[in-house]
Design a protein around this ligand. Structure first.
Ligand SMILES: [Zn+2]
Ligand SMILES: [Zn+2]
Length: 152
């Protein structure tokens, strides 16, 4: 069972500290974007973050959300999950992890598999060049979508 990330006050506090360390100015708009990203699981897109923030900050523009997320990504505070067939989604989990991707509803869930760091990679990967990072993506149908099928 993948561990669900639970956002709480401590996460948000930690994030504010991180922003301070990176020297990012904490404007109220940026703060709202940070907080929204931290409290949303499932790797939201910029549009998802925008929708979450807009009721609280009616003056927020999608462009500000894009720029803030790009800035955070530039500083390594978040990462971008890019699939060839999907738009960019953002990930606030900075520890190494892998993804479970539902091909139906596009939900992305984290899972942790530190053992892949120690696995012996096939020989051809050494011939290809130097591996710097290992990441695994498992695709399939998530439990929610399976449950929907079962009900039909
Ligand atoms: Zn699904
Ligand atoms: Zn993730």
């Amino acid at each position: 069972m993948p561990r669900q990330r639970v956002s709480n006050e401590d996460d948000i506090k930690a994030y504010r500290l991180l922003a301070k360390k990176l020297g990012l100015k904490m404007t109220p708009q940026r703060l709202q974007i940070f907080d929204a990203l931290m409290s949303m699981k499932g790797h939201p897109s910029a549009e998802d973050v925008f929708e979450a923030v807009r009721p609280k900050v009616p003056s927020m523009s999608l462009d500000t959300v894009y720029r803030t997320l790009a800035l955070l990504e530039h500083h390594g505070a978040i990462s971008r999950v890019q699939h060839a067939d999907d738009k960019a989604r953002y990930d606030s989990e900075t520890r190494r992890h892998c993804h479970l991707v539902c091909t139906r509803c596009r939900a992305i869930e984290d899972f942790y598999w530190p053992e892949i760091e120690e696995l012996q990679a096939p020989d051809e990967t050494a011939q290809w060049g130097k591996i710097e990072r290992r990441y695994l993506e498992l695709r399939g149908i998530c439990r929610d979508c399976l449950a929907k099928d079962a009900r039909q």
